[in-house]
Design a protein around this ligand. Structure first.
Ligand code: AMP
Ligand code: MN
Ligand code: ZN
Length: 833
């Protein structure tokens, strides 16, 4: 296998990405004293090196430094040199247009603020370097991107296509993009509602073409599940879990990649490793183009694709006016034709493309497929088997840059106008310019696929190793699983930490409350959090803690519509924060389950990987909340046993609370009555179900009485046989589809413990292996093949098992370890662009 350093091999004439040419005599001096870039760089490096050496030899912080500092001469010298350095730094920052009050010692700005300034300036300078490199490379990023409406004031919204026919452009044309402000929300016409609930994503797939391993019954029975009337008042994902518990299916199936098996066993045929014949692309204006927005056309396209040996795919995405984001367009190019699919129109039908997308005999070429793979799963239930990612190829070839722009310039001599990358792709009808741009993204990709394969082989002296590694990396990408953003009690800290702001307790509280408000509203209104309240505004509000609602408005420019609408609610949150005792910055208070030191995001049960625990927690909290209201009755009227139970439960902090999304750490009663808290929602739901249960019980009682009456009447007839039937099947089932309902009901019937006395469960007897994904065939509790005749008992044991497990996680201090056992997905890596 060749190492990537081979790219410097001069024999590889195909790879010319070096750019300096120091021999040019005619060039004027770069800057005084330096004839060219090389000379300047050499000098610069020398200076930086000696400065680094000098700084390393300074007295170390701590005793040594303090000792030296006790000499006035040293102190003076330090101060004058420090001032000088700050002055230079300020100058550099000013040149780059950054804030630069580094030397302003009077300001309350501490070391941290200065550090922030430097970090910000570094970002600005590096960004500028990137842009200049791009420009030197022939890629022009300096143009304004076409932003989604709302991103910027209308006056600035200018794009080539609303300036169409510049000069002669009529007024109506000039304002075309402004109409983008009023783009109808595509979500409104989605057949299946978007699930923004704070629950993990479950694959959408329900038919699995090209399966080697059949799709688990969990997915094939989806239609039946839609008809479960008892689940209508809980989030779909939670209902699925509860249903799964009832039906004893494996949780594992719900979260697995549906094509994991096929991808794990995918072989790489010789033909894909041999040198290809590079097939030139057709000029774009000579190729056919079809816009596909009907099911008929989509079916025809699928049939066409199924006959090919490769095609190219790309997606366009909209993320500003939706919580999870919406795939708005799919581009497909064959060697002959370009297609653009209106994925807003055909969202519910696109799954049919799985036939071609998962056929291992057909290569799907993407450029930078990381996000695409996730979007396909999230929106359409589409998967890719046999992916070739040209971005991975570009990396393996060690090209100067790995963007599609660069590949287009490098291989096809075609420029693309990346301003459209951020266009509002929901706009319909799609303007010609956007169609052109979108087509460009896939039109040349099969040719590039040929070129890079040939080069990967050449590069490696004909050996297939390098090409093979690109196929493997591509396969890894196609194994990625979409993970829904999950709100946790610590989410705000991650964002806050990134801002590198030090907040006092009041500010931090405000930030936490605003963060929770924003997340909740964004999910509810199906808007991005950035649309609801951009982070920088949230920080400003938290820092200033305005006393009046008007002050909140003043922190925002432009004022987000939902902030304006809910300014009073926001004001209450700020007031709440102001009531906190004021502590020094950086004292962050957590509940007793402070997990902040557990390396967050990697193994935290709520990191994107924590699906499983998250699920268990949801189910348990649901149970906890169903049971709890019974105990939280008026204390005076409670019998002694129930009083005891109540005490126990009150002293007993919900053990899964720490793993659950909510706006407060403790389950306190106030939170339950605070409409802004998550617990309020859950409790209400629980109340509702409790109420329902009461009604059910009342009905049951009435029915029982009626039955008793009937029994008395028919007693003479000696109908003994019939008596037993209803009492066994579950007399309180007033709903249809008894087969499904029977197990569903059992947990409710088997759990009236507070009526008697409260006995903590003996956790030591539970089997924990099941949570490690162990299928343990000999385990009596979880054998899906066993008949459910003792369902009642099993459900209780099962729920207690999870409970026990969670208590153990909480009390044993090896959260990491436990989660690690459960952890089966892989980290979500947002691709760098
Ligand atoms: P592309 O693969 O370049 O066509 O990009 C696909 C989608 O990713 C676009 O429609 C955008 O929604 C999003 N996207 C691409 N580049 C960026 C970027 N630099 N910043 C934010 N979103 C981007
Ligand atoms: Mn793309
Ligand atoms: Zn694209």
């Amino acid at each position: 296998m060749a190492s990537s350093s081979k790219s410097n091999d001069s024999t590889n004439s195909g790879l010319k990405d070096n750019n300096s040419d120091p021999n040019d005599e005619d060039k004027p001096e770069l800057c005084p004293g330096f004839k060219d870039v090389d000379a300047f760089v050499k000098h610069g490096f020398g200076a930086v090196l000696s400065a680094t050496k000098a700084s390393a030899s300074l007295p170390q912080a701590g005793d040594e430094f303090d000792f030296y500092r006790s000499f006035p001469g040293f102190q003076e010298f330090c101060e004058s040199q420090g001032d000088k350095l700050l002055h230079f730094m300020s100058q550099i920052m000013q040149v780059h247009g950054c804030r630069s009050h580094l030397r302003d010692r009077n300001k309350l700005t501490g070391l941290e603020e200065r550090f922030d300034l430097i970090v910000d300036s570094n970002d600005v300078i590096l960004e500028r370097v990137g842009i200049l490199l791009d420009e030197a490379d022939g890629v022009n990023r300096s143009q304004q991107p076409v932003m989604p409406a709302g991103f910027q004031p209308p006056k600035i919204v200018v794009s080539s296509w609303n300036r169409k026919g510049s000069g002669s452009g009529s007024r109506s044309e000039m304002f075309r993009l402004l109409h983008a402000k009023n783009v109808a929300r595509p979500q409104l016409k989605f057949k299946e509602k978007v699930d923004n609930s704070n629950t993990p994503f479950i694959p959408k797939i329900f038919i699995k073409p090209n399966a080697v391993k059949p799709l688990p019954s969990y997915f094939t029975n989806k239609q039946i599940r839609k008809e479960r009337p008892e689940d209508l008042d809980v989030p779909a994902a939670l209902a699925d879990l509860i249903h799964q518990q009832r039906t004893q299916e494996h949780v594992e199936d719900m979260f697995a990649h549906p094509y994991q098996y096929e991808l794990d066993h995918l072989l790489l045929p010789e033909s894909l490793l041999s040198k290809p014949e590079v097939q030139m692309y057709r000029p774009m204006d000579e190729s056919n183009f079809s816009f596909i927005d009907t099911l008929e056309d989509l079916v025809a396209l699928n049939e066409k694709l199924c006959k090919l040996s490769e095609f190219a795919v790309d997606l366009e995405h909209h993320s500003y006016r939706s919580f999870l984001g919406i795939t708005s367009l799919m581009q497909i190019s064959t060697r002959e034709e370009d297609f653009i699919i209106d994925t807003l129109e055909l969202r519910s039908e696109l799954y049919i493309l799985n036939e071609a997308f998962t056929d291992p005999a057909i290569v799907k070429v993407f450029h930078g497929a990381d996000s695409d793979i996730e979007w396909l799963q999230r929106d359409f239930g589409l998967y890719v088997v046999r992916l070739f990612d040209t971005h991975q190829a570009s990396r393996a070839l060690n090209l100067a840059r790995h963007s599609l722009d660069h590949l287009l310039t490098h291989f096809c001599n075609v420029g693309s106008d990346k301003r459209y990358q951020l266009a509002d792709w929901r706009i319909r009808p799609l303007p010609d310019e956007m169609v052109q741009y979108a087509r460009t993204d896939t039109h040349y990709l099969l040719y590039i696929y040929d070129c890079v394969r040939a080069q990967l082989l050449d590069f490696n002296h004909g050996q297939p190793g390098l090409l093979q590694s690109v196929w493997n990396k591509s396969k890894d990408i196609s194994l990625k699983k979409y993970m829904k953003p999950i709100y946790t009690e610590e989410s705000y800290l991650e964002v806050q930490r990134k801002q590198k702001r030090s907040f006092n307790t009041q500010q931090l509280t405000a930030f936490r409350l605003l963060f929770a408000w924003r997340d909740k509203l964004a999910r509810q209104e199906d808007e991005s959090t950035g649309y609801v309240l951009p982070t920088h505004m949230m920080i400003k509000i938290s820092e200033e803690l305005p006393k009046e609602p008007q002050g909140i408005i003043a922190c925002c420019n432009p004022v987000p519509p939902l902030v304006r609408q809910q300014v009073n609610a926001l004001h209450l949150l700020v007031q709440q924060a102001r009531e906190m005792p004021l502590l020094k910055p950086e004292v962050t208070l957590f509940g007793p389950h402070d997990t902040s030191r557990v390396s967050e995001s990697d193994h935290h049960p709520f990191s994107a990987d924590g699906n499983f625990i998250m699920y268990a927690c949801h189910a348990l909290t649901c149970w906890y909340n169903i049971l709890e209201p019974r105990i939280l009755k008026d204390e005076d009227s409670l019998p002694v046993a129930q009083m005891k139970a109540r005490r126990i439960i009150e002293s007993f902090e919900n053990p899964f609370r720490m793993y659950l999304p909510s706006s407060d750490v403790h389950v306190n009663k106030n939170a339950k009555f605070d409409p802004s808290s998550k617990i309020f929602e859950v409790t209400n739901r629980a109340k509702y179900s409790h109420q329902q249960q009461k009604e059910l019980e009342a009905k049951k009682k009435a029915k029982e009485e009626a039955k008793q009456l009937a029994k008395k009447v028919s007693a003479k007839g000696g109908a003994k046989k019939r008596e037993r039937v209803p009492s066994e099947v579950g007399e309180s089932t007033p709903k249809p589809s008894k087969k499904l309902m029977t197990p569903a009901e059992k947990p409710q019937k088997t759990e009236p413990p507070p009526e008697e006395s409260f006995k903590p469960f003996d956790y030591s007897q539970s089997d924990l292996k099941v949570f490690a994904g162990n299928k343990s065939k000999d385990n009596t509790q979880f054998d899906p093949n066993r008949q459910a005749h003792d369902f009642k008992k099993k459900t209780v044991i099962h729920i207690r098992g999870i409970f026990c497990f969670l208590v153990q996680i909480q009390t044993s201090r090896c959260v990491n370890h436990c989660v690690f056992i459960l952890y089966r997905g892989f980290r979500h890596n947002w691709p760098k662009r």
